[in-house]
Design a protein around this ligand. Structure first.
Ligand SMILES: Nc1ncnc2c1ncn2[C@@H]1O[C@H](COP(=O)(O)OP(=O)(O)OP(=O)(O)O)[C@@H](O)[C@H]1O
Ligand SMILES: [Mg+2]
Length: 231
């Protein structure tokens, strides 16, 4: 069932919206801070989030990261560049009719395809209809033009992607982004797979900012409460 909160309908529970003062939300704010400090000289405007394999938490991480950037007053665009298994429309309960693929194939403009949300400063570009040739679209000149246009309109552009070891899309896109974050799932991501993903991203000259350790069992986190209150 769709969840409605302050006018915003989301299918997936987004902790940064539901519980702004929880220790987990604080971790997303820490991630935001770490990204902002990751590059002192070069501006980090386009950031890609990926992982080694499926289901490790890319889409969850990027949706919450988009929200904490928006809450900081940054003008944020979240783009669903997982053209294989897009989920951002599901997370934000939007209709995936227009999006990145309709822009890249010149069926719509960015202004026509973008969704405004009830979250101040957060805009969302869905994948659009799934194309037969995702890697080709992501590697296209049209994609580069789209990124350049988006950079003129937004402070931060976040790209959700498919897994690095499954398909080449994230590797191709990482080369066009200012920074890449690798999500690894505690207890399930194989170390060898993480190393291979890192090597693949490095080989495409991605600027790997770091990793997010996701899905940690939260049974030993009292110290997080030291500076704040629950919820
Ligand atoms: N930190 C977390 N704690 C608990 N559940 C999580 C966490 N992160 C992700 N999940 C859950 O794990 C599942 C997979 O997460 P998500 O869709 O974000 O992964 P993904 O890497 O984007 O997957 P895919 O490869 O299919 O795109 C979802 O059901 C999500 O709710
Ligand atoms: Mg995903």
């Amino acid at each position: 069932m769709a969840r409605k909160r302050k006018g915003l309908i989301t299918e997936r529970q987004l902790i940064t919206l539901e519980s702004p003062r929880s220790p987990i939300t604080e971790q997303y704010r820490t991630l935001r801070t770490n990204i902002q400090f990751a590059s002192v000289d070069a501006e980090l405007k386009t950031i890609l989030v990926t992982s080694t394999g499926p289901g490790e938490g890319k889409s969850t991480t990027i949706a919450n990261l988009a929200i904490v950037f928006a809450q900081q007053g940054k003008n944020v665009l979240l783009v669903d560049t997982d053209l294989r298994k897009p989920t951002v429309h599901y997370t934000f309960a939007l209709n995936n009719v227009r999006g990145l693929t309709t822009i890249l194939t010149k069926q719509s403009t960015l202004q026509e395809a973008v969704n405004q949300t009830d979250i101040e400063n957060l805009s969302i570009l869905l994948s659009g209809p799934i194309p037969p040739n995702p890697a080709e679209l992501i590697g296209s000149l049209a994609m580069e033009n789209f990124i350049e246009e988006a950079k003129t309109l937004y402070d931060v552009i976040l790209f959700d992607t498919p897994p690095v070891l499954a398909v080449t899309d994230a590797q191709i896109l990482s080369n066009k982004c200012d920074g890449t974050i690798l999500v690894v799932a505690s207890g399930s991501t194989e170390i060898d797979a993480a190393i291979k993903s890192r090597d693949l991203l490095n080989s495409s000259k991605a600027k790997l900012l770091g990793t997010v350790l996701n899905k940690i069992k939260a049974d030993n986190s009292q110290y997080y409460y030291y500076y704040g209150q629950k919820n």
